[in-house]
Design a protein around this ligand. Structure first.
Ligand code: ADP
Ligand code: MG
Length: 152
């Protein structure tokens, strides 16, 4: 586990960029935190670390957006999901168990289908408007390794 406090969007983006550079493909990154916490901001910077050139925005009319980069990036936002069947209907396994990187905003809403091995990032708003606490937990060796790298 690693806890990182940031005091600006740029600081959060710096973490995301470093994380994005560490990804080797096939990772699952789960994000939770209130609206406006910074999940999409963090996702955008992870995308930069993955050398995605397109501007990453939250999928609003779809559940998942796909981007080309050093690895494919699958960006899910499951906030508006009604039933878990919607995940089956879009064939989520093709994304989760691929060589691409999967990022899921509001992952706790689909807990029952999340792979055991993954990185969990919780973002909490701090006492001042630009303060955030990132709490990152790893499940599985490759994710332990990522946390080790982030600490160094
Ligand atoms: P979410 O996807 O969690 O709803 P967004 O990333 O869309 O959140 O929005 C986060 C907002 O908070 C952005 O407007 C961003 O500029 C702002 N912000 C302020 N301070 C921070 C910080 N330390 N880290 C991340 N975002 C921050
Ligand atoms: Mg968002």
């Amino acid at each position: 586990m690693i806890k990182i406090t940031t005091s600006s969007p740029e600081e959060t983006k710096n973490i995301g960029y470093r994380l994005g550079k560490l990804l080797k493909g096939g990772e699952i990154i789960c994000m939770n935190g209130d609206l406006g916490a910074g999940k999409t901001t963090l996702t955008q910077s992870i995308a930069e670390g993955l050398e995605v050139n397109d501007y990453v925005t939250s999928p609003t009319f779809t559940i998942v957006n796909e981007y080309e980069g050093r690895h494919k990036l699958y960006h899910f936002d499951v906030y508006r999901i009604g039933e878990i069947d919607e995940m089956y209907d879009l064939g989520y396994e093709e994304y989760f168990y691929s060589d691409g990187v999967t990022i899921i905003e509001w992952s706790s809403m689909i807990e029952e289908i999340l792979p055991k091995e993954r990185l969990n990032i919780e973002i909490r708003k701090g006492y001042s408007s630009d303060n955030r606490e990132l709490i990152i937990n790893s499940f599985g060796e490759r994710y332990d390794e990522i946390i080790k790298e982030l600490k160094s």
